[in-house]
Structure formats: C-alpha cells, structure tokens
Ligand binder design. Structure first.
Ligand code: NAG
Ligand code: NAG
Ligand code: NAG
Ligand code: NAG
Ligand code: NAG
Ligand code: NAG
Ligand code: NAG
Length: 918
C-alpha cells in the first residue's frame, strides 16, 4: 500500500492545479513529494516540535525531531466506515489515500481521499510577531475540512487524540490528567506526576503541561483513557462518552490518550473547519542567571497578563480564524518576497521549511520583579541549539538564524541578543571577546564565562548582529546600553582579525589565517564604527572605520589566490577555496568594505566549482580544506545570497532543497551533512533561518533612535554613550612575516596594485596605473588574458608549497600544466624572510599610522617593503568595466618580472645553485 504506487504523475499535476483553484485562502503553497520528504507538522517551541517521516502521515506516527513517537491520531467515519488520516493505529481501519502535501511558512496541509469524501488536515504553527503575548503561547492548531466527491451528502464524524508520549520520552513515567470545560472550550490537561523542572529525556522536556482543546459545541464529545477505549468507542459509535474527567497512568503500554470528536451530521462539505488546539506549555520556561548572580525563573511572556489557563485556552480557541488570517498575511509576505527574489520553487520551499524552524526553536520570556510584579520591559528570548546540542543562544547558530528574525520582525532579534549582551557586560564575565552562548543545558541559562578560542568568530558575530538589529529595528537601546563592551570586542577584533591565529571558527577549523573568519572580524570592526556613528561618537567611529577599511583592503590582497581567480581558505594556500559566506555580513550591513569585483570574482568561481569534482547533488563542502567533507546549508545560503549571478545563486540553492527533499537522509531538515557518507547534524536546527538570507538583504535601513542619554555622560568630545575606559591606541597587528615569504612578497606587489586600484575606485584621488603596455608575460596562455574570472587558468600560478618551495605552474596552449619546483636553499629562504619581515613591519606601521589619517592618504609611500619600486605614475581615469582586467594584465607583467628577479637573486646569491625538479 505504498503512496507512490497509488499516485500517478498525472494526479500530482491535477493536485498541483487544484491547489491554486481550491485554496484561495492561502497566497501560495509549496507542493512536497511526501515520498521524499520528512515533513514538519508543528514546530512551535524547542519542546513542541513534531514531524512525519516516511510517506504516510495517515499510516505512521508523528515523531519528535529526535524521532520518539509523539502520537497525534485522526480518524474519520464516513457513513459508518472508518478511515485513518493521521497516525498509525491497529487495524481494522481503512487508510485514507494521501493526495497532496503542501507547506507554507506557517502551515503544513495534507489532502486525503476517504471513500466519497475529500479531506484536508491543516497544521498551523502560528508565528505572531505583532504580539508578544500570542508569540509566547506555545499552542498550535489542527483544522479539518471535508467535501463530498460524489455530490451526495454523507454522514461524517471526526476524531483526534494526542497521547501522553508528548509528556516525556520516558514511557514509564506516570501522568495525571483531567478535563475542564469553560464557556468557550473544553480541554484536557496532562501533567507528570513527578515533573523534573528544566529536565530533559532524549531532548524532550520533563516539565511540560499538555493541553488539548476544542471549541465547545453541541456536536463535541470528549474522552480520556486508554487508547483502546477512546479510539474503540469512536470507531464503533461515532461519538465519545464525556464520562471520565480525571485519571492517572504510565505514559506507555498501555497508552492513555486525550480525545475530542465532532459529529458533523450529514454534509456535502464542512461549512467551517473543525478545530483543535494543542499546547505544550512550560512555566517557568527558562532559568536565567543575571550578571550579579540573581537566579531568575523566567516565564513565557503571556504569563505577565495574569490570565487563568481557562481564559488563555478560550482565547486561543476563539482566535483561530483571526490567527489564520494573520498567518495568511505572513505567508504571503514571505512567499511574495521569495518569489520576487527568484521564481525557483526550491527557494519558496526552503523559506517555508525554515521560518517556523527558526522561530519555533525559541522561548519568549519575561521576569518577575522582586516586587512580585511582572517586568514587561525585561523581555528576553532564548534559543535552543536544536539538533546539535542544548546550548542556549549559541552565537554562531543565532548568527545563521538571524535573517529569519530580522525579516519577520527585527525587534525579536533584539530580544535574542539582550541576554547575551547583559550576561557578558559585567566584570564577572572578564573576557576581552564575546562568549559562545549562555550555557550548555537548555533551558538553564546560567551564562558561560569559559575561555574559548572563538574570540574572532563570536565577537564578529555579536557586533554584526547587534548593528543589524539596531539598523533594521531602529532601536538603539542595546548599542547604547552595552557600548563599552561592544567597543572592547571591536578592539579585540582589531588585534586579532586581520591574521587570525589560534582561533577556531564556527566550523571547528583552526588553521591560521582563515579568510572567511578574518572578513567576519573586519566587518565586525566596521560594525563598531557604525554603532559609534549612530551614537554620535564621531572619534570612535572614525577610528574603527579607518582600521576596518585598511584591514579590508589588505584582506582583499591576502585572501585572493595568486591568479586572482578566487578567495582561498587561508592566506597563501593557493590551491584551496572557501565558500566566502561571511561576505554576507558586508552586504547585510552595507559596509561596502569588499569591492564589487570580489563578489563577481567569487561568483564566477562558484560557477566553475559547480562542474568540478567538488560538486555533489547536495552541494559543495564549506571549503576545500574541511576534512570532514561537510556541507552546511546556512553557509551555502549565505554564499548564494551574495552571488552576483542568479544562475550561480540558484545552483547553490537547489542542492540545499535537493538534500532537504531526499529520503536518503530521512531526517528533519538538517543543517550540516557530510557529502560522502550522508551523516547529518543539526536536525531541525534554528540555523535554517539562514534560508531567509536573500530576503534580509532587501530590508531597508531605519534611523536608529537612541534612548535619552543617561546622567553618567561625561564631558569629553566622544561620550554620547555610557562612560568607561576609552581605548585610544591600537596595537597594530604583528604580522608575522615568517611563513610563506615568497608568497608575501608577491602579495605585497598585489597590494600595491589593489591599493592603487581601490584608491582610484573609492576616492578618485590621483593614483597610479601599472604599465599596461608591459610585454605580456609568457607564462600565461594568451587565452587567459581576458578571462581572469573564469578560473580556467587556475593552473597558471606561482605558489609556495608546504616545503617552502616556489612552484611555478604554466599551461601554455592548453597543454597539461607542468609544475616547476624551485627548491630554495636555507640561505635563500632566510633572504626571503628578511624581505617579508620588512614588509610586515611596514604593514604594522601602516596600520598604526592609519589611525588618524584617511585610508587614501596613507597608502602612498607604503610600498617600499617590496623588492620593487612602484611603477611610473599615470593620470587617473574613471572606473570602467574593463579596468579590473586591464589592471590584472599589468599586474601579471609585474609578477613575471618579480619571478625573474627572484631567480636572479637566487642565482647570484646562493652558494649552491638551486635545484630544479619537474
Ligand atoms: C474498510 O473498507 C471496506 C470497503 O472499502 C469496508 O468493507 C470495511 O468495513 C472498512 N473497514 C472499516 C473498519 O471500516
Ligand atoms: C484509494 O484509491 C484507490 C484507487 O483509486 C481506491 O480504490 C481506494 O478506494 C481509495 N481508498 C480510499 C480510502 O478512498
Ligand atoms: C514587532 O514586534 C514588536 C514586539 O512584539 C511589536 O510591538 C511590533 O508591532 C512588531 N512589528 C511588526 C511590524 O510586526
Ligand atoms: C477530490 O480530490 C480529487 C483528487 O484526489 C480531485 O480530483 C477532486 O476534484 C476532488 N473533489 C472535490 C469535490 O474537491
Ligand atoms: C486539572 O489538573 C490540573 C493540574 O493538576 C489542575 O491545576 C486543575 O485544577 C485540574 N482541573 C480540574 C477541573 O480538576
Ligand atoms: C544604510 O545605512 C548605511 C550606514 O549608514 C549606509 O551606508 C547605507 O547606504 C544605507 N543604505 C540605504 C539603502 O539607505
Ligand atoms: C598569516 O598571514 C600573514 C600574512 O600573510 C603571515 O605573515 C603569517 O605568517 C600567517 N600566519 C601563519 C601562522 O601562517
């Protein structure tokens, strides 16, 4: 009885059409092929997260993301015949035919055939950005509609229940239950007899209260008790007993269930949907420790309204049709925006999967003041690192997820940052860099003062996110409140981000000089400049701006491969490449630190990778050096978002969808997957909020409004914000010139070239051209001269290999490249090192001298660290399309001269002549 056997391509097409004619309520939907999909049912909170795998929601149990059963059963009786449309209970029951599955950002919609009736079961996961009360209510809806297919009326009764498996993953735990009726609703309440506050078993919470509710009506009947009793009663009679209103038992075997059924009478179709509401509620939801050591048991925000659970459930049940309309509006907003980015349905599918996965990994909380009153100005949101760990507000995961919050409502981005910023803005934290998270055992958030090696990663993430929140929400409260700490982090980045060493990135890579990590830190410094600007701290702003600009200019030299075809994974590692996903931050914050040419260049390179041996049906690894052959959908999407060519962008997006929709991995939309053996992590990860990255880039700036200045402000010219130590000197980065001496010399030549080019592009001040008429270097094939983006001549380059050897590779006239290795003597290497150390010193001085002067003015005279004088000056012309290529040609001429010069030096100065291999 497999789905695939019953459903032809034709019927898929007809259902596809049906969706557009039939469900006019919803702007648009994304069709899923359930054969290939792990389908989200509801993702409303870290502990209210359920999916259906395989291909049969009507014949298999719903699962928590880590795959324990969380049963939600649906039976319908049509003319006395029983059909199962949700879950998997024992026969004799007929199974409905699944005819369509569609998703939107807030909904999963199943269509079934049950004999002469067509059925629709819709799971609505509300996302309620306009109202923190509603957002914090961990309730979700199931609604049911039916229509006769033969035009005749049929007698229809419908039944659903939830099991106690929602209460704990430990089936031997005991639960107590009862049933309450109010004016508007009837609901079952289930609690554990011995709840374990803040405890978890297999990722499921052990302190939840489950509610299963339905609106009161004459046709509603309810029952609690063993599955055999409740389901048996409905299947045989079509109604429930209403008798038992209290009970107790183990979770599993036998299984108690909590049921409601509605008798619709004889109908040709439902006039309005039959609705159930389920809540998986924890109160308090988070234990947070303030920096002064106060332990807060924080409640979901709705608790601040002081309503009884009966009132709350009435409001949830009565709100269904308004909630549906708000969900329609949000779905439409997101799907319209997605379709204006690309008509590629894969992208609409990805945002539909991702939005609730990000929002549904959070708890929105409020604290109780010492006066016993709710402190509704103290709103904090917590995010669980679902699928990977129990870390609380894991910063790199938050960074990945941020587009979903920025796009839907940036105020919530601030609620997520607030506890991280507060927790670390105290002497007890005591680190010069940002922390990794707020603790490692969600829902406990004691703060995390552990030293770690992700200083650049996390400080960069925090500065970028904090500015993004202020910019997009317009709320300057956080930047003002935590100004000095943010500045401290920026200073840390000044010291550590240009040439990051002894640092770990988000992907657990620890080699020195990771290009992607460096640019994150550099954008972080620029973010500090913008934060200062927003607070009118003009000196600080200029200070960080000049450093960020200088670093970015250097980065654009260091990060490029020597043939200028791509961004390497780590400086000087010419054969490597990386998905330069942190360029996303430059685009998001519009820092414009990185030239458009670089974006075009990486785009072309990813185009060439798509046909390389790195490419798999599930995309590219994070970089060429990652030993685990790991792909990361968030970083892939960040990269896609910054590409300059829609075809290349879609070639990055499609494999993410391919992976999400492939049954091979059979797991809830995971973040990371190995491209070789399929192993995944980050199932149902909030980091998938990254799927909205292209949408986040469309968000407009808002003027940042800063709260009235506090009395603490001192009178110095730079004190719009809180007082504190003012960092006025920069420790220039000590750029070690020891490794890759030859490469460094090469890079300095590149540097002259880029600095000139950039000063011309950016400042239109008198600059210099390299000599365009220099003889074309013979080492490059003629064809490649005009194709610097193509990556086709990646083999033509000069590199220093691990053994310190100069390797020159040329591929004349399309022949296979023949590397020539020059083995340098120790004396030659010494000479090279002296040269590069001089260059490094120069650069350090440059950084220092650059503090007070504009970047353009400090470039001149900074080239004498290289072994060549700058070429003759020429008049400036405006930026043109072709100038980059032209510059490169000139540069290549210089490179060729440099190579000759090097060989000459070696020949002249070596005691023993160099040996040649190849
Ligand atoms: C299942 O369907 C068959 C005919 O389609 C019917 O005879 C039988 O009674 C149904 N079983 C139940 C349990 O309703
Ligand atoms: C499912 O579809 C098959 C083929 O059309 C049909 O014979 C069967 O009765 C359907 N089952 C139900 C439950 O409607
Ligand atoms: C964003 O969220 C805040 C807090 O919930 C709310 O006051 C505001 O109205 C929301 N804005 C939008 C556009 O939803
Ligand atoms: C019922 O669903 C089928 C697809 O299985 C569709 O062709 C038909 O039009 C639907 N009938 C009604 C009345 O919606
Ligand atoms: C049902 O149980 C809950 C939890 O034990 C309790 O708070 C509530 O008062 C009970 N309601 C009824 C109607 O017994
Ligand atoms: C947004 O603000 C930044 C910094 O002030 C600025 O560089 C950028 O041009 C602005 N973007 C728009 C679209 O206004
Ligand atoms: C990092 O890069 C810089 C600049 O190229 C270089 O001087 C330094 O030696 C590199 N560090 C390591 C550990 O490779």
């Amino acid at each position: 009885m497999s789905f695939g056997g019953r459903l032809s391509v034709l019927s898929w097409i007809s259902f596809f059409l049906l969706q557009f004619t039939f469900t006019s309520l919803v702007a648009s939907q994304v069709q899923l092929n359930p054969n290939n999909f792990f389908i989200p049912i509801t993702i409303r909170s870290p502990y209210f997260n359920t999916w259906t795998g395989g291909n049969a929601p009507m014949n298999s149990w719903e699962m928590f993301w880590s795959k324990q059963t969380t049963a939600w059963l649906g039976h319908v009786r049509v003319d006395g015949q029983i059909f199962q449309f949700l879950g998997s209970w024992r026969l004799p029951t007929n199974i409905t035919n699944l005819t369509n599955v569609a998703i939107t950002p807030t909904r999963t919609i199943f269509s079934f055939q049950a004999g002469p009736m067509n059925l629709t079961a819709t799971f609505l996961t509300p996302i309620e950005p306009e109202d923190p009360v509603k957002q914090s209510l961990p309730f979700s809806y199931l609604s049911f509609e039916a229509v006769s297919t033969d035009g005749a009326g049929h007698s229809v009764q419908v039944y659903t229940d939830i099991s106690a498996e929602w209460m704990s993953a430990n089936g031997s735990n005991i639960v107590n239950w009862n049933t309450t009726q109010t004016a508007g609703s009837k609901f079952h309440t289930v609690v554990q007899q011995t709840p374990h506050q803040y405890g978890e078993t297999n990722n499921q919470a052990d302190d939840v209260v489950a509610y299963y509710a339905a609106p009161v009506s004459p046709s509603l009947t309810s029952q609690t008790g063993f599955d055999t009793d409740c389901r048996g009663q409905f299947d045989s009679k079509g109604f429930l007993t209403n008798s038992v209103n209290q009970g107790s038992g183990v979770i599993a075997n036998p299984w108690p269930v909590f049921a409601h059924s509605v008798d619709l009478g004889t109908i040709t179709q439902t006039s309005s949907p039959v609705v159930w509401a389920m809540g998986i509620v924890r109160n308090p939801s988070i234990q947070y420790t303030t920096p002064d050591g106060q332990v807060q048991n924080r409640s979901p925000y709705f608790a601040s309204q002081g309503n009884s659970i009966g009132e709350i459930i009435d409001s949830v049940v009565n709100d269904f049709s308004s909630a549906s309309q708000r969900a329609d509006a949000l779905d439409k907003k997101i799907l319209d925006a997605a379709s204006s980015i690309t008509s590629n349905p894969a992208y609409a599918g990805l945002v539909s999967l991702a939005t609730r996965q990000a929002w549904g990994a959070t708890d929105l909380t409020v604290s109780l003041g010492t006066d016993g009153k709710w402190n509704t100005s103290d709103v904090k949101m917590f995010m669980k690192d679902i699928g990977t760990s129990r870390r609380v507000n894991a910063v790199e995961i938050l960074y990945a997820s941020f587009p979903a919050f920025l796009y839907v409502n940036a105020t919530y981005a601030g609620y997520l940052l607030a506890p991280l910023l507060e927790s670390q803005d105290a002497p007890s934290y005591g680190k010069p860099y940002a922390g990794r998270d707020l603790g490692e055992s969600y829902p406990l958030a004691p703060g995390n003062n552990e030293a770690h090696q992700q200083g650049v990663e996390q400080s960069g993430n925090m500065l970028i996110m904090t500015l993004a929140h202020a910019r997009i929400s317009g709320d300057g409260t956080l930047i003002n409140r935590h100004y000095n700490m943010l500045k401290g982090w920026a200073d840390y980045l000044v010291d550590n981000s240009l040439t990051p060493t002894n640092q770990l990135n988000a992907d657990s890579e620890r080699q020195a000089n990771l290009t992607n990590l460096a640019i994150k830190g550099i954008v972080g410094i620029k973010a500090m400049s913008e934060i200062s600007q927003a607070l009118n701290m003009v000196n600080d702003s200029a200070h960080y701006d000049s450093i960020a600009t200088s670093y970015a200019n250097q980065w654009q030299i260091l990060a490029l491969s020597s043939d200028l075809s791509h961004i390497v994974a780590d400086y000087g590692d010419d054969g490597s490449w990386t998905l330069a996903y942190n360029l996303f931050a430059d685009r998001l914050l519009q820092t414009k630190l990185v030239s458009d040419n670089i974006y075009q260049l990486v785009t072309q390179y990813y185009k060439s990778l798509a046909t390389s041996s790195f490419a798999t049906p599930f995309g590219l690894p994070i970089d060429s050096t990652i030993t685990t052959n790991l792909a990361n959908s968030a970083w892939t999407m960040f990269t896609a978002a910054v590409t300059t060519d829609t075809v290349v962008r879609d070639s990055l997006i499609n494999p993410i969808w391919a992976h999400a929709s492939t049954n091979n991995n059979s797991t809830p939309f995971p973040l990371q997957y190995r491209l070789d053996n399929g192993v995944v992590t980050g199932q149902s990860s909030p980091a998938q909020g990254s799927m909205l990255a292209p949408l986040a880039l469309t968000l407009p700036n808002t003027t940042i409004t800063v709260p009235p200045p506090s009395s603490a402000n001192a009178g110095n010219g730079n004190s719009g914000a809180a007082s504190g130590s003012h960092h006025t000197s920069i420790v220039g980065p000590v750029v070690g010139g020891v490794v890759g001496g030859l490469a460094l010399i090469f890079l300095i030549i590149l540097g002259i070239f880029f600095w000139r080019r950039r000063s011309r592009y950016r400042f239109h001040t008198p600059g210099t051209y390299v000599n365009y008429d220099a003889p074309k270097p013979t080492a490059f094939p003629p064809d490649s001269q005009n194709d610097i983006y193509g990556g086709a001549e990646r083999g033509s380059s000069t590199q220093v290999n691990e053994a310190g050897q100069l390797v020159m590779t040329a591929s004349p006239t399309g022949q296979t490249a023949q590397p020539v290795t020059v083995v340098l003597s120790s004396k030659a290497r010494e000479a090279m090192m002296r040269n590069s150390q001089a260059a490094a010193l120069n650069r350090a001085q440059y950084s220092n001298s650059n503090v007070t002067s504009a970047p353009s003015s400090s470039y001149s005279g900074n080239s004498n660290g290289s072994s060549r004088d700058p070429p003759t000056e020429a008049p400036v012309s405006p930026e043109t399309q072709g100038s980059f290529q032209t510059d490169v040609r000139g540069l290549r001429a210089e490179m060729e001269s440099l190579r000759r010069a090097m060989l000459e030096i070696q020949v002249e100065r070596m005691e023993a002549p160099p040996t040649y291999e190849g």
